[in-house]
Design a protein around this ligand. Structure first.
Ligand code: ZN
Length: 582
């Protein structure tokens, strides 16, 4: 290759690498840009062997640039491709409607407010995906606030705080601010005292059922007209833990005759004896109810837009009374319907999943049968694929079904190009094979010839799947090897037929592995584990890589035996992969 051609290859490759990296928001890969480069520049093809060597330093340099620098450089080299990127981004965002009244705010600020009572199931990812997408659209501000003020019935799980933050990172977002409500009790107390001074709250020692009866009749209890000083004293005594749970609550004074009884003088604080699991909060006994706590925090953190479930419409109305006392502006609210996922047998419920794990029915939160974020991650689903699918659901008030196939489609787009192909034979029937070449050479990736071929030794016998066996006397095409005829119950003979027999449709193409040198493997799927054997070349791969098992689907390698020679793989050792999707 002469100097002039080398320069042309470098220039074309740089633009492709920049485009590729910006489009997928990840590092550019030599393999992924080879195809388009050759497609667009047929004159490069005769130098196919040398080109990867020219590309590698270009790709490395591109990957060293920031997103901003990449865009600038691409604008210099190929401005039309920057436009192409922007057009695609606009298209992606269409499913999510614009937020209301954005122009009224200096900055769009939104929050996810998880209860850290366990790691996230798939449904939980929707809020983070949508809030994160809006943050990107408006260059906004993303708050992650742990609403962990119920140490008893929705008791926080100490590991879940970090697990949830990890899940948000995995989806591709970094919150601008992270806070824990259980760190902020003194703040809530201070606002409660202000509210008392404004005549907006009173301590009430009515037994719950007695208060309910009065309230449902639109009648005030005798405590409603207590003087402010007494209310303050009694609230301070609540904070000091001088009452037993149930003996005293602090109520917000709303409208005792409000047409919706749920809004009448609701409870803002109550006493809970169970200590909070966080050492920082274990001494507190007087805990705010979610509506009080989140209402105060939304205001203090400058939240401009709230998304919440349609079943929580009363929350905004309850909090509206507190906002009115303080003369605060209530954020914009979008109510959306629930999201359902039907593909799983295990229900999307934190407590149910937790019980199944404790009972040993699931291996953990990342068991492929669990409808959790940890499980999708272990299967090799990229966070962005989940975000794409969640954004597509929009924010309508009706309930929506999330089809896992839309996550899979978005993921396939991202991984297909880089995933090497491999054979995995489930169970497997051993067939002797005579008369043919010593090895098979299927391509590493059928769309990328330049990546070369795998080499699979035959060694006189192969394993194939029982369902794939042709009747005796019939032929079958071993992919990447050639045509064989079944001459006996357990024997194949090479036939030297041309690939034409496959094109004519008279011979099926099947996958296979060598009987002697294949590696025992376990594929973990949503329906349970499948065992079998994989081709020996997978021993050179490493955990976390994605592969496509031909005729089965994409999978993430989870554990690869350390031996480099299949004969050295120990008896109990096996390759473990997690099934991602077809
Ligand atoms: Zn009362």
């Amino acid at each position: 290759m002469d100097e002039d051609l080398r320069e042309r290859v470098e220039a074309a490759a740089e633009a492709d690498a920049l485009f590729n990296a910006l489009k997928h928001d990840s590092d550019a890969q030599v393999g992924a840009i080879m195809g388009p480069l050759m497609g667009e520049n047929p004159e490069f093809r005769e130098y196919g062997d040398e080109i990867p060597g020219v590309l590698a330093p270009v790709v490395e340099r591109v990957n060293g640039l920031s997103t901003e620098e990449k865009r600038e450089r691409l604008a210099e080299l190929a401005p039309e491709r920057v436009e192409e990127l922007d057009a695609e981004e606009d298209e992606d965002e269409q499913a999510l409607p614009d937020l209301p009244n954005v122009e009224d705010y200096d900055e769009v600020r939104m929050r996810v407010a998880p209860n850290p009572n366990g790691p996230w199931h798939v449904g939980h990812a929707r809020m983070a995906a949508v809030v994160g997408s809006y943050k990107e659209r408006y260059d906004g501000y993303f708050v992650c606030r742990f609403d962990d003020t119920d140490p008893e019935t929705k008791r926080p799980d100490l590991d879940a705080y970090d697990e949830i933050l990890d899940a948000i990172e995995y989806l591709g977002f970094t919150p601008n601010r992270v806070l824990k409500a259980s760190d902020r009790l003194e703040t809530y107390y201070a606002y409660a005292r202000d509210l008392i001074d404004l005549g907006g709250a009173y301590t009430c020692s009515c037994p719950g059922d007695e208060f309910s009866e009065l309230k449902n009749n639109g009648e005030a209890c005798p405590h409603r007209e207590k003087d402010t000083e007494t209310v303050r004293e009694e609230f301070d005594a609540m904070v000091d833990g001088q009452y037993d749970p149930g003996d005293m609550v602090l109520r917000v004074k709303t409208d005792i005759e409000h047409k919706n009884p749920a809004l009448r003088d609701w409870v803002a604080f109550r006493l809970i004896d169970t200590p909070h699991p966080r050492p920082e909060a274990e001494d507190y006994r007087c805990w705010p109810m979610l509506d009080f706590q989140s209402g105060i925090d939304d205001h203090l953190t400058g939240i401009t837009h709230i998304i919440r479930g349609i079943d929580l419409q009363d929350s905004a109305k309850r909090q509206g009374f507190v906002y009115d006392y303080f003369d605060w502006e209530y954020p914009e609210v979008i109510h959306w319907g629930h999201v359902q996922v039907e593909e799983y047998d295990v229900p999307m419920s934190t407590s149910t999943i937790k019980e199944l794990i404790e009972a040993g029915d699931l291996d953990g939160w990342d068991d492929p049968r669990a409808p959790t974020i940890a499980s999708l991650r272990r299967r090799g689903i990229r966070g962005e694929a989940i975000v794409d699918a969640m954004a597509e659901l929009g924010t309508s008030t009706s309930n929506v079904d999330l089809a896992m196939s839309s996550i899979y489609a978005a993921n396939r787009e991202r991984i297909d190009d880089d995933a090497d192909r491999a054979f995995f034979v489930r169970d497997g029937v051993e067939m002797s094979l005579s008369g043919g070449p010593e090895r098979g050479q299927p391509p590493i990736h059928p769309d990328h010839e330049e990546r070369g071929k795998r080499t699979i030794p035959v060694g006189g016998a192969v394993l194939v799947e029982d369902d794939d066996l042709p009747p005796e006397g019939e032929r079958v095409w071993l992919k990447g090897y050639g045509c064989v005829r079944r001459t006996d119950e357990r024997a194949f003979e090479y036939t030297d037929d041309d690939i034409e027999v496959v094109r004519e449709g008279s011979v099926d193409v099947i996958h296979w592995v060598p009987a002697m040198t294949s590696v025992p493997a376990r594929l973990r799927t949503m329906e349970g584990d499948v065992t079998g054997h994989v081709e020996p070349g997978l021993l050179t791969h490493v955990a976390d890589e994605m592969v496509q098992f031909v005729r089965i689907g994409f999978a993430r390698l989870d554990a690869v035996p350390e031996a480099s020679d299949p004969m050295d793989v120990g008896e109990d050792d096996e390759l473990v992969a997690y099934f991602a999707h077809p």
